[in-house]
Write a protein that binds this ligand. Sequence first.
Ligand code: SUG
Length: 448
Amino acid sequence: MKSYEVNFDGLVGPTHNYGGLSYGNVASQSNSQQSSNPKEAALQGLAKMKALMDMGFQQGVLAPQERPDVAALRRLGFSGTDAQVIERAAKEAMPLLVASCSASSMWVANAATVSPSADTADGRVHFTAANLNCKYHRSIEHPTTSHVLGAMFANQQHFAHHAALPAVAQFGDEGAANHTRFCREYGEAGVEFFVFGRSAFDNRFAAPQKYPARQTLEASQAVARLHGLRDEGVVYAQQNPNVIDQGVFHNDVIAVGNGEVLFYHEDAFLETDKMLAELQGKLAKVGGNFQSVCVPRSAVTVDDAVRSYLFNSQLLSRADGSMLLIVPQECQANERVWAYLQSLTSSGGLIREVKVFDLKQSMQNGGGPACLRLRVALNETELAAVNPGVIMTAPLYGSLTAWVEKHYRDRLSETDLADPQLLLECRTALDELTQILKLGAVYPFQIN
Ligand code: SUG
């Protein structure tokens, strides 16, 4: 049976703004307080989805969340009408209003960890929503993420959903940003690769000194158990704590994998040789030929990687077996990175082509092409069981661009977040969106 990697991209929400909310994420911190352009952000994301669809890849879309999150503000003690809740938060605790307005759910690589049916004990595709426990503004995403994923992958014969792990630092889970899967064919058993930043209970593992390690080993192990993965089909590796301290807050800022290939920076991991040998051995057991492409620090420094987001690229398999890298335009702007990419594609290896996208609005908050997509490997039967409303088509692209043009502002600054009119605009837009994507009621304002 045919099988595919389907990229579901996060649609940027109408409150996209630069809140400076992510300590340890260099772009988020350095662009704090700048005014944003939500309309441009959403259109840039849609253009990438359309381009991938036009190239023949399977493409889907994941809906944004209701923001400002008035219910979250109520849980923090703000009361009255919705407008009063926003007004009071703006007056008494602006950082909390900013956090409750973040459109951070656009980075759907952090929405969940997904294991394809060929890897799981019960033969279903498993999803665990990420608790994103390291940052308050992200920790409020998972309940709606679960509703949206449930509406997209509703068929219980094929899809199994797990609630987010316990909401404590020991189980900090950032979803697919720290998870990669290697396989020969998407529909065949593969090796799932979990990268953690620290261990919560075992002090033999080093931890970063400056910035937080968001993903714990214990969270990764819990997800592997929930999904019913075989020990032989799992590899755990530790991210180098020094690179976390240089701004590599997720593994997908320093490595990307697909098919049988891992593309990574020389400084990305600890005990790299042991890890590569384990990946090679385990993939060989399921018939695969593991290959790795190491980018040396002499060609591209960790700082270059963090600024250009070279590794936050999408590594896509083409029909002829070669691979394509989707990179943000910041890679072209960095001389060393661009020179490296030229030599990579002309070296006769598997990665033959690079395509550049303008995702500046998202990049300024630390979200590149790979952050914006959640990969779900599906066979033909499973793909047919996905809610068809969320699969990208030319007409859907047309409806979504028209929807963005109609509802989104082209400028948003911190003071605008206090405008109660923004909440009404967002709810009106999202209500219409659930009809376009045929999701049913998924948002708090629709359910309560
Ligand atoms: O969690 N930025 C996100 C970026 C997530 C990128 N995702 C992956 N690497 N997969 C984060 O740090 C910034 C929001 C702000 O500051 O307004 C933010 O949440």
